[in-house]
Design a protein. Structure first.
Lengths: 258, 281, 329
């Protein structure tokens, strides 16, 4: 468990000279970054800078894109994820993901959606209790407890996204990757997601990609700024936004471009 | 001015002509349905559904064995045709963008245009000749071959419609690819596939030509795959071309039964689709 | 290598780790099996195609010993006793009935499609399309039954005598009116291929971009002129494709034709005369054919039929797809 008194929490994920290609295009250059445990790391940068690609490397979802390749070192609690023989499927049970557009399974009920990760992975136990717990953690329980058998399509966009978060939590990941989770939502739903992230960081390590700088400043402890496939600067959020070391970072956070 | 009147007149004439085509097209439909119902209903009775055919001249009798036979043959066809058709469709949707995929897709398209009687000869060569007998299995295989191309193409389209984000959501939960394909992607497309299957079954139940020299016919009940089997369609044909008046009557009644069967399958498919769409809203 | 959970990080409920430590589970086995299974099913499709060609050739093989392809196709003699087989009467019958079917069905189908897409209010189209689908769902043997007991008597009188009176100067409309024959078969075929041509034409017409029509109206055209000037030329390839698809169906149609064509092994000029088509003779004679040469000859007919329909369908689909891709260009 994290000791709140330490200034630098132990890194959960360590990235060392990560390079990624999409066919012949070199999309990530020598990225070196530590993601501290039980905290929120925001990944910011202009469109096309590689931040989503980077996030998807962390749970090896980049492998789904034909022609995509990654090399370098990627360690979760000290273990190399990109090494031969490491099973990506098991990795994804420890490193979960929430996507930009909510994608609940349309043919399953709300309850079944949350439980889907458990059922598909053959995980036993008291599914009722687990589903309720995850829906509570996702701040959705009170809104759906009377219609667990209902269809996800009856929920609003923000509720569907929280449903997807609850679903991701059900398999008990240690890390939660969020790829612009609120960009498809209205401001009120966005605020709820941000509050949720604030709650979740007590139990999970979170890495969130966002194009909204104010959001990054609000929710994260650490921020990493990407530009054209390179990690330009990373550090404590407050420092990045008020006193960046690199000129380009300052230009971006002050809105001169992007 | 005259010219404009002429053009308007032409326009009206063309409109009427096109409207008339609707009536021309609907007339045979109305006639067939009306006659099958009105002439066929006279012979309907519980016995007709449950009894075996009687020899010429004897009253009574039914097409019980033919109804059972059709069910048997279609069942055999599904046994072989559904896995191949749906499996090929899933293959084409998930990994069908290579050369093999293109070849299979093209082949399925071409196959769907082959006349059913030609397929009957293929089944004859494949099964009737080596087995030295007409059999339900041969008939079932012929019907299965007819089902496969359409099922494959429809399944491919339906699976391709499933959004990529659902597959990603499942994989991000740490689910294997094969399980994702079966439990998530296929499950999402399942409704459409069920509709396609119902329609394929309906088509198979209405086929006659390929059965004429594969399953042949049978005056009795049959549950063995290596024996000839009666079917509703072949029975209708035999009754219709016979010279006996009472057999003609039986042909109409059997046709009514066949239309009821085919109609309810189509209706089921339609209702199924509509029900699902309502839930999804 | 499985990823081990480190000791000091427990799940949110402090439970045992979800993925227990242990040796490498061949987690890829499921994926590989699945991929192999799918490929097998897909491969069976190719196998079927190969089997069709193989079986037809094998069953027809005895024929090649007794005659050449040219002689078979042009021969007019069909004599199972003397074992002399010629395919021409049946090719002729297939062609004639198909032409009759096309001549009758195309104007009605295209007119129907034009009416539904261009003229009628939009609400009407789904209803009529549903009725057209119903037409298509009726099994062939039921059409044959109806044809035999309803259409044929009608043709016998008053239709064919009337045609003979009016058009009797043409050899097509001469001879005794017995009801069964090329005309009856052609008519039934026309009814059966109407849904095919109509539904494809409807789809094709729907792809015509509205600006095209609007251009014609802007010039002051009447609705029919707009259809003629703008819509039909654009959709022409697709409509031809639809007609070819219908033709393909007509060529292979068996039961309804068998029941009304009269079953004569000879070629006749008049439409009122009985004849035969390739599928019809196979349907009637295959089950009782004895001897490898007789069976082989019937299989040879099937090969001819197979060849024609394959080529026709390929051309048809090329044309229909061509319109679609132009619409998206």
């Amino acid at each position: 468990m994290n000791d709140p008194s330490t200034n630098s929490p132990k890194p959960k994920i360590v990235v060392d000279r990560l390079n990624a290609w999409f066919k012949t295009a070199h999309v990530l250059h020598d990225v070196t970054l530590s993601i501290p445990a039980l905290s929120v790391t925001a990944i910011i940068g202009p469109s096309g800078c590689g931040k989503s690609t980077f996030l998807r490397c962390l749970n090896r979802m980049h492998e789904l894109t034909p022609g995509a390749r990654a090399e370098g070192t990627l360690r979760l609690d000290g273990q190399d994820l990109l090494a031969r023989g490491v099973d990506a499927v098991h990795l994804r049970r420890r490193v979960g993901m929430v996507f930009q557009r909510p994608n609940p399974f349309p043919t399953m009920s709300i309850f079944d959606n949350v439980a889907s990760g458990l059922r598909l992975n053959g995980i036993g136990g008291d599914h009722q209790a687990i589903v309720e717990r995850c829906l509570r953690h996702a701040a959705l329980w009170d809104e759906v407890k009377d219609r667990l058998k209902g269809a996800p399509s009856s929920l609003s966009g923000g509720q569907q996204q929280r449903l997807c978060i609850a679903r991701a939590l059900a398999v008990e990941p240690e890390v939660l990757l969020m790829d612009e989770p609120a960009s498809a939502l209205d401001p009120i739903a966005t605020a709820k997601i941000e509050d949720l992230i604030h709650e979740l960081r007590q139990r999970y390590t979170i890495a969130i990609v966002t194009h909204n700088m104010q959001q990054a400043a609000r929710v994260s402890d650490t921020t990493a700024f990407f530009y054209m496939g390179e990690l330009v600067e990373a550090g404590a959020t407050e420092q990045i936004f008020t006193n960046p070391r690199v000129q380009r970072t300052e230009d971006y956070v002050t809105g001169k471009f992007g | 001015m005259m010219r404009l009147h002429l053009r308007n007149a032409v326009n009206v004439a063309a409109t009427i002509a096109c409207g008339a085509t609707v009536l021309i097209a609907m007339a045979p439909l109305a006639s067939v349905l009306w006659l099958v119902v009105s002439r066929g209903a006279a012979g309907l009775s519980l016995d007709f559904f449950t009894h075996l055919p009687t020899p010429v001249g004897e009253p009574g009798g039914g097409v019980g064995n033919a109804i059972a036979g059709t069910a048997y043959l279609v069942g055999l066809a599904c046994l072989f045709g559904l896995p191949v058709g749906i499996g090929a469709g899933v293959y084409l949707a998930e990994r069908g963008d290579g050369r093999l995929g293109h070849a299979i897709r093209f082949t399925a398209e071409v196959l769907s245009g082959v006349p059913s009687i030609v397929i009957g000869i293929v089944a004859y060569g494949l099964l009737v000749v080596p087995m030295r007998r007409f059999s339900a299995l041969a008939g079932g295989i012929a019907l299965a071959i007819l089902m496969v191309p359409m099922l494959a193409r429809t399944t491919e389209e339906l699976v391709r419609l499933v959004p990529r984000s659902l597959r990603e959501a499942s994989l991000a939960l740490g689910v294997h690819e094969w399980k994702t394909s079966l439990s998530v992607v296929l499950r999402t497309a399942l409704g459409g596939i069920v509709t396609a299957v119902l329609l394929a079954i309906s088509r198979a139940a209405g086929e006659t030509a390929p059965l004429l020299f594969t399953a042949l016919n049978n005056q009795y009940w049959n549950a063995k795959p290596d024996q000839p089997t009666a079917s509703l369609t072949v029975q209708i044909y035999n009754y219709a071309i016979s010279p006996y008046e009472d057999w003609h009557q039986k042909a109409w009644t059997a046709a009514l039964v066949l239309l009821l069967l085919v109609g309810s399958l189509n209706l089921a498919a339609r209702l199924f689709t509509r029900g699902r769409l309502r839930d999804a809203r | 290598m499985r990823l081990e959970r480190t000791a000091d990080v427990t799940g949110p409920v402090g439970r045992a780790p979800v993925a227990p430590a242990g040796p490498l589970l061949p987690a890829n086995r499921g994926d590989r099996l699945f991929a192999v299974g799918l490929t097998i099913f897909a491969g069976i499709v190719l196998l079927i195609a190969g089997l069709i060609v193989l079986m037809l050739l094998r069953v027809a093989h005895p024929l090649s010993a007794s005659t050449s392809i040219a002689k078979f196709i042009t021969g007019t003699d069909w004599d199972p006793v003397q074992l002399s087989f010629g395919a021409l009467p049946f090719i002729y019958g297939t062609v004639v009935t198909s032409i009759v079917a096309i001549v009758l069905a195309v104007p009605v189908s295209v007119g129907l499609a034009v009416f539904l897409v261009e003229i009628a209010p939009a609400r009407v189209q789904p209803i009529v399309s549903f009725l057209i689908e119903t037409l298509a769902a009726i099994p062939s043997v039921v059409y044959g039954l109806w044809g035999l007991f309803v259409l044929v008597p009608l043709l016998r009188s008053p239709v064919e005598p009337f045609l003979r009176q009016v058009f009797g100067f043409l050899p097509l409309f001469r001879g005794p009116a017995i009801g069964v024959g090329y005309l009856a078969a052609g008519l039934i075929l026309a009814i059966m291929i109407l849904p095919t041509i109509a539904s494809v034409t409807i789809e094709v017409l729907k792809t015509v971009p509205p600006p095209l029509r609007e251009g014609a109206y802007g010039l002051g055209a009447t609705r029919w002129e707009a259809i003629r000037m703008a819509v039909l030329p654009y959709a022409r390839n697709g409509i031809v494709g639809a007609v070819l698809l219908g033709l393909g169906r007509a060529l292979g149609e068996t039961m309804a034709v068998t029941m009304v064509i009269g079953n004569s092994h000879e070629i006749h000029a008049s439409l009122f005369a009985p004849g035969y088509s390739l599928p019809a003779i196979i349907a009637n004679e295959f089950a009782e054919a004895t001897g490898p040469l007789y069976v082989g000859a019937l299989a040879g007919l099937a090969l001819v039929l197979f060849g024609i329909t394959i080529v026709l369908n390929a051309v048809a689909r090329l044309l229909v797809h061509g319109v679609g891709s132009r619409a998206s260009a």
